[in-house]
Structure formats: structure tokens, C-alpha cells
Design a protein around this ligand. Structure first.
Ligand SMILES: [Zn+2]
Ligand SMILES: [Zn+2]
Length: 351
């Protein structure tokens, strides 16, 4: 099956998508080309277009592509859609992973460069006194990778009726007695809300909660899909079917409309939701690739990840702390804490 290599038409060097200029850029002669204007300088060789080559090379979920520049074989799993030839360094895109029914509707190109991601990581690590050295080693930081993550995007129109029981409480005292006056209110809210492009990551490999915490992506920056944006990055085809992501999207929009309605009920002492009816008026989906910088680390059999939104720079990590040191800190803190609790107990006891 065919791969597309982004070879420079001027010098034959490797082209990669440049986050700063938003163009394809040659790493050798600095030639720059708009992604939508790129035309490969040579036609794919006959061996790459022969339909049966693809069939023959597929074994146990692994796919073999032959590099059109050097003839080297690139082995990829079922989901990998963009990579680099390990022999000649050319950036290649496995076209068949993003064609036909698999073609994404949208792509948000990288805006943050690898250097941006490395600097963000360095600053993040700097503040962590307890972090083992291996996490801050430069050769480790250099392993940060730019990946386009597949997402299902949902549009949803909801109609909701929600009833609340609310109270206003007044308290006063005349010296002998304390008085409390509670007024009860029935509060009704009814209306509709539209949600657009609610993302649910469509990659098994990526933890959903981590991906949600580097949101939001700015949809204003979206482009129609073009393989040129993938040059120089890794990209995965979805491996979570749309049907399996749908419920997560539904939950998210229902939570959001409840939250938004609740926020309009103000000026009461307490508010309790007593009845809720949410109806879906429309629900549809699209397929998109979103940019993420990722650094994975395995340390003492545990898996750690740093992820940064490749468009906005928002990031999150779950790095460990050194256990020995952590216990010392905890003990010191624990001691301080118990003193405070003791004093509060005394005060409560006296009054
Ligand atoms: Zn060039
Ligand atoms: Zn090659």
C-alpha cells in the first residue's frame, strides 16, 4: 500500500510540517510550501502501488511499507498512520490509514514546536524537588514526540427541564434565644443548549482523563484534513469505534447542561435538584486529528506521562516523587497538621 513521503522538490531532502510558519519546510534548503500546494516530485514506484503487496505484507496486525527513497522496510502496527523511515529519516504518511471512510473531517495543526514542549517540560520538572534524576535528563527530554491523536467530535442539541428546591435562611438572636427562619422556594428552569465539537479521544493507548485535562482545543484553527500536516510527526488512526465513544460524549454534555442551568439559580441559601428531564434533539459526530506532545517514561515498573496540547500549550503530567524523601516530608507535615486539629478540638470543647 502506498505511502506518501514529503520529499523536497528543490533538493530531495526531508520536508516536515513547521508549527511556526504553518508550512511544509525542507530541513536542508529551507524551501517552504503551503500544505495544500504540495505535489510529490516523483510518482510512487510500481511496487508501492501494487494492491497485492499490501495483502502479502500484513501479518498479525503488523504492516510493512517500503520506503520509496531508500527501499528500506517500515514496519507499523494497525493504527500507525505517520512516522519516519528508520533508515533514511524521510517523513512518511501511510495514506491508506486516512483515506476513504477513514479520512478525518478535520485536523488542528501543531502550533507549538518541539522546543516549546521541551521548555515547558523543563520548567515543570524544575519545581519538583522530589523528582528522581532520570526524569530531568536531557537525553530523556529529547524523546518528547509530537503525535496527532484521533478524536470523535460530537454536536448535540439538548432540551432540559430542571426543578430545584431552594431555601433562604435568616438567623438572628435576642440574647436568650437563637432564631432561624427558613423560606422554601420551588425554582424551575427550562430551555435548550447546543454543544459543538465535544471531543472524545478515539485512541485506546491514551488515557481519557489525561486527554480531557489538556482540553480545550480551539476549533477556530481547524483545517480540512491534509496528510501534509502529519509530515514529521506521528499519527494514529482511531482504534476506538465511534459507537463506543458516544456514551462518554452524551454524559459530558448532560453534565454540562445541568451545571449551566444550576448556575442560573442564584441568591438562595441552599439549592437542591429535585427533578430533571433532559431530551436530545439532535446528535451527530465528525472525525478529527488533534496535536499533542507526549513524553512517556517507565520507572520502577510504573508508567508516567507528560502531555501537552500541541495547539495551546496546556499540559499535564503525573510524575512520581522519591519515596524516601516523600515520607520525610509527609511526617513533618503530618505533625503540624495534628497540632492544628488538637487546638480546634480544645476550642470546640470550651464553648
Ligand atoms: Zn530542500
Ligand atoms: Zn527510507
Amino acid at each position: 500500500m502506498a505511502i506518501t513521503e514529503y520529499e523536497c522538490p528543490a533538493c530531495g531532502g526531508t520536508m516536515a510540517f513547521d508549527a511556526q510558519t504553518q508550512m511544509l519546510k525542507c530541513e536542508y534548503c529551507d524551501t517552504q510550501i503551503k500544505v495544500s500546494d504540495y505535489v510529490a516530485p516523483h510518482k510512487p514506484g510500481p511496487e508501492a502501488t501494487a494492491a497485492n503487496e499490501w495483502q502479502a505484507s500484513e501479518t498479525e496486525g503488523m504492516y510493512v511499507y517500503s520506503c520509496q527513497s531508500c527501499g528500506g522496510e517500515i514496519i507499523a502496527d494497525e493504527t500507525l498512520g505517520a512516522s519516519q523511515c528508520p533508515f533514511c529519516g524521510n517523513n512518511v504518511v501511510m495514506k491508506d490509514k486516512f483515506e476513504g471512510g477513514l479520512k478525518p473531517d478535520y485536523i488542528i495543526p501543531f502550533r507549538k514546536t518541539k522546543e516549546d514542549a521541551m521548555n515547558t517540560y523543563r520548567n515543570y520538572v524544575k519545581g519538583k524537588a522530589l523528582l528522581p534524576k532520570v526524569f530531568s535528563a536531557e537525553n530523556h527530554i529529547d524523546k518528547i514526540r509530537g503525535i496527532y491523536i484521533p478524536y470523535w467530535l460530537y454536536d448535540s442539541d439538548l432540551q432540559a427541564d430542571i426543578a430545584y428546591e431552594a431555601t433562604k435562611i435568616k438567623s438572628w438572636s435576642d440574647g436568650d434565644y437563637n432564631y432561624t427562619d427558613t423560606s422554601y422556594f420551588e425554582v424551575l428552569r427550562s430551555g435548550s443548549e447546543s454543544f459543538e465539537h465535544v471531543p472524545v479521544d478515539a485512541s485506546k493507548e491514551m488515557p481519557d482523563d489525561l486527554m480531557e485535562s489538556i482540553e480545550p482545543f480551539d476549533f477556530n484553527d481547524v483545517q480540512p484534513f491534509n496528510g501534509g500536516y502529519l509530515a514529521g510527526f506521528l499519527a494514529n488512526k482511531y482504534d476506538v469505534e465511534e459507537g463506543a465513544s458516544r456514551e462518554r460524549a452524551r454524559q459530558r454534555v448532560k453534565q454540562q447542561i445541568s451545571y449551566d442551568f444550576r448556575n442560573t439559580v442564584r441568591g438562595y441559601s441552599t439549592v437542591r435538584e429535585v427533578n430533571k428531564n433532559i431530551r436530545e434533539r439532535s446528535f451527530s459526530h465528525k472525525y478529527a486529528l488533534y496535536p499533542v506532545w507526549i513524553l512517556n517514561t517507565t520507572w520502577r515498573d510504573n508508567h508516567y506521562m507528560f502531555a501537552m496540547n500541541g495547539q495551546t500549550g496546556k499540559f499535564l503530567g503525573n510524575l512520581p516523587s522519591d519515596k524516601g524523601l516523600a515520607i520525610k516530608y509527609y511526617l513533618a507535615f503530618g505533625f503540624g497538621l495534628s497540632i492544628i486539629v488538637f487546638i480546634i478540638n480544645m476550642i470546640v470543647g470550651i464553648f
